[in-house]
Design a protein around this ligand. Structure first.
Ligand code: ZN
Length: 462
C-alpha cells in the first residue's frame, strides 16, 4: 500500500481535468484519503508519483458481485421462452452452491476488475444473506462481512447496501427456491444494517452503509415505509422498473406504475437511487428528474438481459442525474458501459450524439454526468478533483494508440467511443493507490483465489 495514515502523497500529472477544465503540470496532494492541495503550472518534485492524464474516477453504483461467476454461462437459448426470467432461474440454481468463501473470492475479483477499468468505488447491492435453503449463519452478517473483506483486500471504496428482500413477487408472494437465501423480516434486516455499521470501525474510513429495499415486487408498501423511516440518512437504492412484466405486475397490485407509485408514496429525494428506471412514461421521467434522485443505469447488463433502453433525452432535458453500474457484472468495462448507454439511444432514435444537452461533447457529458451522479448515489464526496474531496482518481495514458492524436478536449470522447480500459494506468480509491502500471497490486493473489473458487463451483453445478 502506498499510503499510510498521516503521510502525504503527491501526484504529478502532465494534464488533469479540474473543476475549471484541463490544466497542465498539475500536482495533487493527498492526505488521509482526501485531496488537500491542487497546484497547476508547477514542476515535478522528487518523490512525486508521475502520471500522464489525471481525471476524477467514477463510482460503480450498482453491483451484485457474486453474479460475475455466472458470466458466459447463460448465453444459450433454452427450449421455450428465453428471457430475463429464465436467466433468473439459472441464477437461483447457482445460488444453491455458493459458500461464504466463494462469495468473498468472487467479490475480490469483481472489485479488482472495476478498479482496473477505472472505477474507484462500488455500491454493492447485497442480497445473499442466508445459507442455501434459508438457514441463518451463526453470524447473520457472515456474507456482509465477506464483502467487507473483499473490499479491504481490493482497496475499493465500498458503499455497502444490505438488501431487504421479503417476498417472491408482488402481493406478498412467498419466497421460494434460491430466494430463500435472500429473506429477512424487518427486525432481522435492521439488525443486519446495525451490524454492518458496527463493521465500519475496522474498515477504511470512506466505507459507507446504506439500505436497499430490493424492489416494489420483493417488499411491501408498509415495510418500505418502515425501513425508509428507520434509515432516512440513506443512501436508499431500489430496483424500480427493469422489465415490462414488473411494471404490469406492480400496476395490477398497487394501481400505479413503479416509478409513479414510488414518487407518489415515498419522499424520494437526493438520497435515493432508482436502479433500472428503464420503463418510464414521459411524466414519470420528468418527475423522477425533478426529485433529485439518481437514475442508476446499467447499460451492459440491461442490454444483456434484453431490458430495453433508458428514456435518456427527456430525462437529460429535465435535468435528471444519473450514474453507471455494472449490475450482473457480465462484463466489467467502464468505457463499454459509457458507449453502450449512448448507443442504446442512437439505435432507438436513429440519430447520433443523444446523451448531451444542447451542443457539446457526448463523451464529456456522459463521463462527468456519471461521475457526479455516482458519487451522489454512493454518498461519497467525490466525482470531481477538488480540495476536500476524496482522492478517487484515475490516470490514463493519452499516448495509448486508441487515444493518440486526440486533443485534450477530445479525450472523453476517445475514452467513450474508441478506447477499451487498457489506457488506464493508475487508480486511487480514497488515496489508496491500488492500480499501478495498469494492474491491481494484488492481481495475482486475487485471480489465483478466484480460479480455485471457480474450479470448485463448476464441479458443484455440473
Ligand atoms: Zn441489480
Amino acid at each position: 500500500m502506498s499510503i499510510h495514515k498521516g503521510s502525504i502523497m503527491r501526484i504529478f500529472s502532465a494534464q488533469a481535468w479540474l473543476e475549471d477544465g484541463w490544466k497542465n503540470n498539475v500536482t495533487i496532494s493527498i492526505e488521509n484519503g482526501e485531496i488537500t492541495a491542487i497546484e497547476t503550472q508547477v514542476v515535478k518534485k522528487p518523490g512525486d508519483i508521475t502520471v500522464d492524464t489525471l481525471m476524477p474516477a467514477l463510482a460503480n453504483l450498482h453491483s451484485h458481485s457474486f453474479q460475475r461467476a455466472m458470466a458466459g454461462m447463460t448465453e444459450y437459448r433454452a427450449a421455450g421462452q428465453d428471457s430475463f426470467w429464465t436467466w433468473r432461474t439459472l441464477m437461483y440454481q447457482f445460488l444453491e452452491h455458493l459458500t461464504p468463501e466463494h462469495i468473498e473470492a468472487i467479490a475480490a475479483l469483481v472489485f479488482m476488475e472495476m478498479q482496473e477499468a477505472g472505477y474507484a468505488s462500488v455500491g454493492e447491492f447485497h442480497y445473499v444473506h442466508r445459507q442455501a435453503g434459508g438457514g441463518s449463519y451463526d453470524d447473520p452478517a457472515e456474507l456482509t462481512n465477506r464483502v467487507f473483506c473483499a473490499a479491504n483486500l481490493s482497496g475499493i471504496g465500498l458503499t455497502h447496501l444490505p438488501v431487504l428482500y421479503s417476498y417472491g413477487g408482488v402481493e406478498k408472494a412467498a419466497l421460494n427456491g434460491g430466494q430463500l437465501r435472500f429473506g429477512n423480516n424487518l427486525e432481522e434486516f435492521e439488525a443486519l444494517v446495525r451490524s454492518s455499521k458496527s463493521s465500519l470501525a475496522s474498515s477504511n474510513n470512506d466505507t459507507r452503509i446504506g439500505i436497499a429495499p430490493h424492489s416494489l415486487r420483493a417488499t411491501a408498501p408498509d415495510e418500505l415505509a418502515t425501513v425508509v423511516a428507520s434509515f432516512r440518512d440513506g443512501p436508499i437504492h431500489i430496483h424500480i422498473a427493469e422489465q415490462p412484466k414488473e411494471v404490469q405486475d406492480v400496476q395490477a397490485w398497487l394501481g400505479a406504475r413503479p416509478v409513479e407509485w414510488l414518487l407518489e408514496n415515498m419522499d424520494v429525494d437526493q438520497k435515493w437511487c432508482l436502479i433500472h428506471a428503464t420503463h418510464m412514461t414521459d411524466k414519470e421521467t420528468v418527475d423522477l428528474a425533478a426529485s433529485g434522485a439518481v437514475a442508476g443505469l446499467c447499460p451492459i447488463t440491461e442490454a444483456n438481459l434484453g431490458d430495453g433502453p433508458f428514456n435518456g433525452p427527456a430525462y437529460l432535458n429535465a435535468g435528471g442525474g444519473f450514474g453507471l453500474g455494472s449490475d450482473s457484472n457480465i462484463r466489467i468495462s467502464l468505457t463499454e458501459e459509457l458507449r453502450t448507454l449512448e448507443y442504446s439511444q442512437r439505435l432507438r432514435d436513429l440519430r447520433r450524439n443523444v446523451m448531451v444537452q444542447g451542443e457539446g461533447s457526448v463523451g464529456k457529458a456522459l463521463y462527468l454526468g456519471a461521475a457526479q451522479g455516482g458519487a451522489q448515489a454512493l454518498n461519497r464526496k467525490a466525482g470531481k478533483i477538488a480540495v476536500g474531496n476524496l482522492a478517487d482518481l484515475v490516470a490514463i495514458n493519452s499516448g495509448h494508440q486508441s487515444l493518440f492524436g486526440l486533443s485534450s478536449d477530445q479525450l472523453f470522447d476517445g475514452l467513450c467511443f474508441a478506447a477499451d480500459d487498457s489506457s488506464v494506468t493508475d487508480v486511487w480509491s480514497a488515496g489508496r493507490h491500488m492500480v499501478q502500471g495498469g494492474e491491481h497490486i494484488h492481481r495475482s493473489q486475487i485471480i489465483r483465489h478466484y480460479k480455485s473458487t471457480m474450479v470448485e463451483l463448476t464441479k458443484l453445478i455440473s
